[in-house]
Design a protein around this ligand. Sequence first.
Ligand code: M6R
Length: 365
Amino acid sequence: EKSGFDDFMSKEILEQPGALRDTLAGRLASSGELILDETTSDPDSLARINKVFIVACGTSYHAGMVAKYAIEHWTKVPVELDISSEFRYRDPVVDERTLVVAVSQSGETLDTLAALHEAKNLGAQTLAVCNVVGSSMARLADTVMYTRAGPEVGVAATKTHTAQIGALLLLALNLARTKGQLYPSEIDALYEELTLVPAKIQEVLNSWDAIGEVAKRFSGSSRFYFIGRHVGYPVALEGALKLKEISYLPAEGYPAGELKHGPIAMLDEMAVVVAIATRTRLYEKIVSNIEEVRARNSSVIIIGNPGDEGQANLGESFISVPRVHPLFAPLVDVVPLQIFAYHMARNLGMDVDRPRNLAKTVTVE
Ligand code: M6R
């Protein structure tokens, strides 16, 4: 039910504060312990984990990338990450001390389901992060953590993506507690701070029209590069995927430090570079990467925090988003990119809910 919205995608983008709030709500027991949804494994088994392996496709994979930064930072447990269709056909090194996390909105994506099967066969512990209750992955995994984003109809994943990141951050905090890497008081404080993020996302949503204006300025552009560093890198990949998926415009995402290893050769006055330049860990470095882009006369759209607008001189576009904890930044920074892709696609007359050649749930290889 679109309930008065032009399409499901805009409705679902706007539902993100609630989706994230519901995913985070009630997850902290009075003991400070984080609560997962369903588990058949004994509580001690998580304590024995010495490696996490995340498998996913598409947008869910990008959420998994964010999780890698957070889990390694807070728990010191190494995290490997693989695209499901690669994982299932190589020889992944996992054993009973590995926690394999399948991230999937639908819980039905064939490659991720097969990767989960493979992980079980190899004796790993398994966790599914899904949005659909009772889905195949939820039934297969030892433990389930549901994202409570509500049904997502638009083919482009939006609210389920931010909910996935929220759920995976909770997993990171849970593991940090299990591993004794964070004090319970630190976990409480981080959880508290995380629960404030939905209100920050709401602030971004209030810039809907302003982001539409930026999209209008670039409606004639035909080549986009998204760059970011640290957790801004998965955000860049996701911004590029959203734009490709619904507008069909060529868009690539890169870790900004890689520019001079190849992609910078493509930059000219026709290129548009979208830089995720919020105050996360490598802020100074992304600023110097933006300078490199400017020197090639490409247009720059900056996603930045209030007070940094000064960077957007030369008539370039600056989209301001609230500053949050550096590891929570993807939850906020990805939202203007969803809205940007939405406007670009609409301006080109595309069907944002049903992009060509794509299915909401990919149940074939
Ligand atoms: O249901 P899943 O999360 O497993 O789906 C994975 C991908 O097919 C999905 O995220 C896809 O990339 C989205 N349509 C992107 O918006």
